[in-house]
Design a binder for this molecule. Sequence first.
Ligand code: UDP
Ligand code: MG
Length: 314
Amino acid sequence: MDDAPKYSFVLPAYNEASNIAPMTERLMSVGESLDGAFEIVWVNDGSTDGADAAIDGAANAHSCVRALHFTRNFGHMAALCAGLEAARATHAVIMLDADGQHPPELIPEMVRHWRDGADIVQTIRIESGALGSGKRLTSRWFYKVFNALADTDIPEGAADFRLLDREVVDALNNLPERVRFMRGLVQWVGFKQAQLPYAQEDRLSGETKYDLWRMMAFALSGITSFSVRPLRLAFVLTLLVVALVAVYSLYVLAAIVTGKYLAPGWTSTMFIILILGAAQLLVIGIASEYLARMYVEQKQRPIYLVRKRNNARE
Ligand code: UDP
Ligand code: MG
């Protein structure tokens, strides 16, 4: 087996046939400007547009290009995960989109930050015209809701364009959970992070694979894998109903004192409904609390992570 490269570039691709060759060329020239050997890992996420052939073509043309073909479309997160597991880099892995929106020319700068001691170099998309206003709005809201609900905070605009030190890649590969919301996990593992703003470019060709529904599913999967707070809604509602009972009791009391007419049966019916509602919500809340704890347990995230090395980076 040939020597392991210093750097791996990991690219998930779903129906990006026309982008494979230009991205490979750009990455080749960026890679050659670095201080050591590199590899390009293409993860073909079940493309049906001929991207397989384009990826195999690139792998045949360049010995540093490796191809991984999924049996079907498993999704962006699965592809990133496979790429991280396949990457052989001894120093750092850089993941980026296949469509040119993440400019490979930024990689040398990312490597500089890594050499200065950052374990994670996270790029932050700066708002630009290239991004549709719909996408900008949904993205901003997503980060706000996520950060309000989850204990792990994601910097607003954090893209799936980042450099990860070998140690971080190992930590991510060792996480046993199945739902792999990369943006959250990268923050969760900790380590030393540097942020690098970048202007997102237009897609080279093809269309986005994330329509509104897929974005919403993505957001939901991210929030539910990092927060159990939505499960506590039942407790909040219990308190609301209890407050309602208190207010209604005051009203009934005032009516009795002032001799105001209360329809027979009405008061008792209202109390029964409110008290039963509160009791049900309370029991649901208690059950949710156990569910939340089981959910956290079954993810089997490590309780803590320890830095293994802190060596010079050349
Ligand atoms: N992608 C993937 N599998 C999917 C959907 C997307 O591997 O099921 C890849 C896609 O080819 C691209 C990256 O994930 O390299 C980001 O997707 P896209 O550019 O469509 O998303 P956007 O940039 O519009 O948010
Ligand atoms: Mg894109």
